[in-house]
Design a protein around this ligand. Structure first.
Ligand SMILES: N[C@@H](CCC(=O)N[C@@H](CS)C(=O)NCC(=O)O)C(=O)O
Length: 424
């Protein structure tokens, strides 16, 4: 069974393919997507990283045995099991067919249409209209194929479903409003089935289908612009310029906007990072330095150093402590899968890193386990609530933006007052 680390940035749909495959196969996958383990734009430019992954691109996988792999489809394939890869030569070839289809037929028009709506690419009417037509063709083909099938290949989820569904996540979230997707009911039925599988959910969180087609946001685009000049972009532009001329001469590309004006999804990650609203900005400054505590917790003995530091410095006005219990222990089967649930949740809450601390633990054995944990949040309210969450407190989700995919199924949040009261 494969075991290793996936280097990526948070919420990278290319990495999702490998992460979901690992959920199915049981491959033990650690995800390094935030400092100190990995900083996109920095770690992937270091000589050590380039030594293993010469392109410096993510996702990139390194096995605990030292085996290195780049290209998201290859990584997802490696982390799959036989059932996902296709158990017969025919099935395996069909899986490869759909993986290639996603890359060549879905990703280019999906990016051309969706990126301007996210403010990460200049709007070009002609390119957007062409992309919509291309996507209609894709949806028509898929709708026909899925007319008599539940999944793309065979009777079970395969890497074909994982790859194609991941390549369509942004389409479904951002632009495929009900009237646009109405002629393709089989595709939506299939997509919803996929993203609701526990293995998908553990990675993607709740995927909310688009209600109104997002449009180009000129203001957002203008705000993003200064970042285009970041060194990462300049390097990329230089790389583009160095590419052989014939690439640019392709007929189809004539309709598209100047590549210099475009950002791809990784540029977008870099550009979007500092723009994310800080949901804790309104809170007064706290004397408790979360980073300092986390350093002690990570590097020193918990009982003799980290915990005394915590109680000596904890700011009761600026922070609160909570207890959580997983809502559906009866659904917990193999312990490695349950551990993946916890890891998946933490990855999606990466943006809370500076404002929260948690220790969430799986207790028990296979088919007889429960999950519970302790959280420390900035402020006196739950940092994430809303309709995904049930419990004592239920109000609108505070955490904005598409990067905040909040997992469901945890309830019973109670102020962990007794812990505070017990303190001398
Ligand atoms: N075909 C590759 C694409 C990987 C890719 O383009 N990664 C981008 C992030 S979206 C990257 O790491 N770029 C870093 C750079 O260009 O320096 C895959 O599917 O893994």
């Amino acid at each position: 069974m494969a075991a290793g680390t996936l280097y990526t940035y948070p919420e990278n749909w290319r990495a999702f393919k490998a992460q979901i495959a690992a959920q199915y196969s049981g491959a033990r996958l650690k995800v390094a997507s935030s400092p100190p383990a990995f900083t996109f734009g920095q770690t992937n430019r270091t000589p050590a990283f380039l030594n293993n992954f010469p392109l410096g691109k993510v996702p990139a996988y390194q096995g605990d045995d030292g085996f290195c792999l780049f290209e998201s489809n290859a990584i997802a394939h490696y982390l799959s099991n036989e059932a996902l890869r296709g158990a017969t030569p025919q099935a395996a070839a069909q899986v490869l067919q759909w993986v290639s289809f996603a890359d060549s037929e879905i990703i280019p028009p999906a990016s051309a249409w969706v990126f301007p709506t996210l403010g990460i690419m200049q709007f070009n009417k002609q390119a957007t209209e062409q992309a919509k037509e291309d996507i209609k063709k894709v949806l028509g083909l898929l709708n026909q194929h899925l007319n008599t099938r539940t999944f793309l290949v065979g009777e079970r989820v395969s890497l074909a479903d994982i790859t194609v569904a991941c390549s369509m996540v942004w389409l479904y979230k951002q632009v495929l409003e009900p009237s646009f997707r109405q002629p393709y009911p089989n595709v939506t039925r299939w997509f919803v089935t996929c993203v609701n599988q526990p293995q998908f959910k553990a990675v993607l969180g709740e995927v909310k289908l688009c209600e109104k087609m997002a449009q180009f946001d000129a203001k957002k685009f203008a705000e993003m612009q200064p970042k285009k000049e970041a060194p990462a972009k300049k390097e990329k532009a230089a790389k583009e310029a160095a590419k052989p001329q014939e690439k640019k001469e392709k007929k189809k590309e004539e309709k598209k906007p100047d590549p210099e004006e475009e950002m791809d999804d990784c540029d977008a990650v870099l550009a979007a990072e500092p723009k994310a609203k800080d949901p804790f900005a309104h809170l007064p400054k706290s004397s408790f330095v979360m980073d300092e505590f986390k350093r002690k917790y990570s590097n020193e003995d918990t009982l003799t150093v980290a915990l005394p530091h915590f109680w000596d410095n904890f700011d009761r006005e600026g922070y609160s402590i909570w207890y959580c219990v997983y809502k559906y222990p009866e659904e917990l089967t193999l312990t490695f899968k349950s551990c993946n649930l916890i890891t998946g949740m933490f990855q999606r809450l990466d943006k809370l890193r500076k404002n929260a601390f948690a220790s969430v633990i799986l207790f028990g054995t296979n088919n007889d386990s429960s999950i519970s944990g302790i959280w420390v949040f900035r402020g006196q309210d739950l940092a994430f609530t809303g309709h995904f969450w049930e419990g004592e407190i239920d109000r609108e989700m505070q955490c904005p933006g598409p990067l905040w995919a909040i997992p469901g199924k945890i309830k019973c949040w109670n102020r962990f007052q007794s812990m505070l009261d017990a303190q001398p």
